[in-house]
Structures are given as structure tokens and as C-alpha cells.
Design a binder for this molecule. Structure first.
Ligand SMILES: Nc1ncnc2c1ncn2[C@@H]1O[C@H](COP(=O)(O)OP(=O)(O)OP(=O)(O)O)[C@@H](O)[C@H]1O
Length: 343
């Protein structure tokens, strides 16, 4: 796939909050290549620099160092009219929707089209088409306050798509929504990506957003990108402590410390952890091998997760029976499933 948004050693520094204080390095020497047509997630703790990074991509903030290109346009080097032209090719949606309360739904969606000077009749057609696309065809004359949060975000999305952008930036776009509405908005973003081929960058602290729609993910910490990879790889094999902490909130982790002690106290026998990815293997092979050998076991921890539609299993079982028989049975399990004893 072609590279679409490329950050080359980008930094953003803000002046110190107080006189004599330290300069704030919000983004610190970040290099990143986001591919054409992918959904790219950015995660990290509050203050890690995610919002700043996104504001650099659309140049709401100038970079302090480095270079950003979108397609073949060096956007970080443009100013004035040429920058504004490029910015219309980048849509943005926000956590708080940022709609104009004095304008109707149609008026909000039309706003960016008025700014670029599109004529009234064409504008009307485009607004209709956009509202249809986001599933709000009947609500053109409503005011934002008459809509649910999910509907307001769909207006925000229609407005962001108005100028047919090639890039859509979503800054915590579902963080103010309930789980059901979040799922609807994520489905809409996935559809925009699939049907319109728009490259989407999502910043979020909600890991479900990433496992549901992001093809790849970057983990930020203190202004730096500390880890990047496919969502599946980062979530099944996190390399940094920060990534591990995020991943564990959605993907079941191995029992450790107190939890492991408790499992030992509650269950007789040896504890084994079974892990497998989506290469056609599953826990059924382990269960089958134990059952055939007449070995008694039960599932005590973990489960099977879905990451971007792919399976990841990490489960712990307590196994009772003669040690040699258990070892022999587990030796039969074969490739694709890893079985490890928790000692
Ligand atoms: N305009 C600004 N002036 C000064 N400091 C800023 C400005 N914008 C951001 N910062 C600082 O830069 C750092 C990164 O902030 P940023 O908002 O990008 O982080 P974030 O990861 O998006 O966090 P959150 O999820 O809380 O928004 C923080 O220390 C923040 O206080």
C-alpha cells in the first residue's frame, strides 16, 4: 500500500507554562507512516501528545521541527491560502461534536461548503446526499440539541465529509457516547473507510475502538511513539509496558501475583496456560487431548478474544491426574497452540 501521511522526525514544543519553567515537549521526534486507505489508531495516556500529533497532521498547529507530508504535499511547509486549500482535504471529528447550536443539521453540514463558495443548489444536493449517507435523511431541519449524542456525532461526520476529504481525523470521537451508539459510529467510520477509501486516524483511550476498527496502532508515551504494529500484533504481543497495560484492559492477560495465588488455592492440580492465535488452532485440541487420555481438568481463567475479527485465546486450566500421563497428553497437542505450565 502507498504511504499517505508521513511524519518525519516531527516535534512540537510549547513555551513553558510559567516564566522560568520548562518548555513543554508535547510531541518528541516522531516518525510515522500511515498508509493510504487504512484506519490507524493512536493510543496513550492523557498528556502523551495524541491530540497535539493530530493537530499537527492538519496543521492547526505548526511543527517545531520535522516535516509532514500528505500524499505528495509537504503540508507542514505550506502557509496561507495554499495551506487552507490542503486543510479542506482533511476532515476532523471531535469528542464534543463541536456543532453550531444556532444552525440546523443541514446548516451545520453546509457550513464548510459555504466557506469554499459552493453554490446554493449544489450545496443543497450535497447536504442531502451526506445526510442520507450518515442515516439522518429525515433530520435536516432539526437543531443539534434535539438530537441524541450519536446523531450529533453523525452530523459532525457528515460535516467532516462535506468537502470529500481523503483523510479523516477522529479525536476521541466516541468517548462521550454510550457503548451501543459507539458501535454505530464505529460502523459508520468503517463504512466511510471501505466505501469512500478515506484514510482515518483515530485517537482514543477506548481499546474497544482500536480492536474493532483499527488496522494498525501506535502507542504514545511522553510525546514519543514507543510501539507501532498491526492491531492484532500489538494486542497479542505487546512489546512495551505501556502497550501491555492498555492491551490488558480488553485482552485477557495471564493471571499473575495475587490472582495466581488465589487460583492455586481454589483449584487442585497443575495450572497450564493455553495460548493460540488465529492460524486455525483452538483450545479444543488441548481439551480433546486431555479428554482422550481420561484426564480431569477445568477452565479457571481467561477466554477467547476477538481482535479485528481475528481470534486470540489465552486461557488457564487446572489439570488433575498422574503427572506423566498429563505431560504425555499435552505433548500431543501439536503446532499452533502453546501450552505452558504456570509454576
Ligand atoms: N496549546 C498548548 N500549550 C501548551 N501546552 C500544551 C498545548 N497543547 C498541549 N499541551 C501540552 O502538551 C502535552 C500533550 O498534550 P496532548 O493534549 O497532546 O495529549 P493527549 O495525549 O492528547 O492527552 P489528552 O488525552 O488528555 O488530550 C501535555 O503536557 C499538554 O499539557
Amino acid at each position: 500500500m502507498a504511504q499517505h501521511i508521513v511524519l518525519d522526525r516531527v516535534s512540537k514544543r510549547f513555551p513553558p507554562a510559567r516564566r522560568g519553567g520548562d518548555e513543554i515537549v508535547a510531541v518528541d521526534d516522531v516518525s510515522l507512516a500511515i498508509e493510504q486507505g487504512e484506519i490507524f489508531g493512536i493510543i496513550g495516556y492523557s498528556g502523551a501528545g495524541k491530540s497535539t500529533l493530530v493537530r499537527l497532521i492538519n496543521q492547526l498547529e505548526p511543527v517545531s521541527a520535522g516535516r509532514i507530508t500528505i500524499g505528495d504535499v509537504p503540508i507542514s511547509e505550506l502557509r496561507g491560502k495554499r495551506l487552507r486549500e490542503q486543510q479542506t482535504g482533511i476532515g476532523m471529528i471531535f469528542q464534543r461534536f463541536n456543532l453550531l447550536s444556532s444552525r440546523t443539521v443541514a446548516g451545520n453540514v453546509a457550513y464548510p461548503l459555504e466557506v469554499v463558495g459552493m453554490g446554493r443548489a449544489e450545496r443543497r444536493r450535497r447536504v442531502e446526499e451526506l445526510l442520507e449517507f450518515v442515516g439522518l435523511a429525515g433530520r435536516a431541519d432539526a437543531y443539534p440539541e434535539q438530537l441524541s449524542g450519536g446523531q450529533q456525532q453523525r452530523v459532525g461526520i457528515a460535516r467532516a465529509l462535506a468537502a470529500s476529504p481523503q483523510v479523516l481525523l477522529a479525536d476521541e470521537a466516541t468517548s462521550a457516547l454510550d457503548p451501543e451508539t459507539t458501535a454505530e459510529v464505529l460502523d459508520l467510520l468503517a463504512r466511510i473507510n471501505r466505501e469512500l477509501g478515506v484514510t482515518i486516524v483515530v485517537i482514543t483511550h477506548e481499546m474497544e475502538v482500536i480492536t474493532r476498527i483499527a488496522d494498525r496502532v501506535a502507542v504514545m508515551e511522553a510525546g514519543r511513539v514507543v510501539e507501532t504494529g498491526s492491531t492484532y500484533d500489538v494486542f497479542t504481543r505487546p512489546q512495551t509496558a505501556t502497550a501491555r497495560r492498555f492491551v490488558q484492559t480488553v485482552v485477557r492477560a495471564l493471571p499473575e501475583g495475587d490472582e495466581l495465588q488465589q487460583l492455586r488455592a481454589q483449584h487442585e492440580g497443575r495450572l497450564f496456560t493455553i495460548s493460540f492465535t488465529d492460524a486455525g488452532a483452538s483450545e479444543a485440541r488441548v481439551f480433546g487431548a486431555l479428554a482422550r487420555a481420561g484426564i480431569d481438568f477445568n477452565l479457571v481463567h481467561g477466554g477467547v478474544d476477538d481482535i479485528q475479527g481475528r481470534v486470540y485465546g489465552l486461557l488457564t486450566i487446572a489439570v488433575r491426574g498422574d503427572a506423566a500421563t498429563v505431560d504425555a497428553a499435552l505433548a500431543q497437542v501439536g503446532a499452533g497452540v502453546t501450552v505452558e505450565e504456570q509454576r
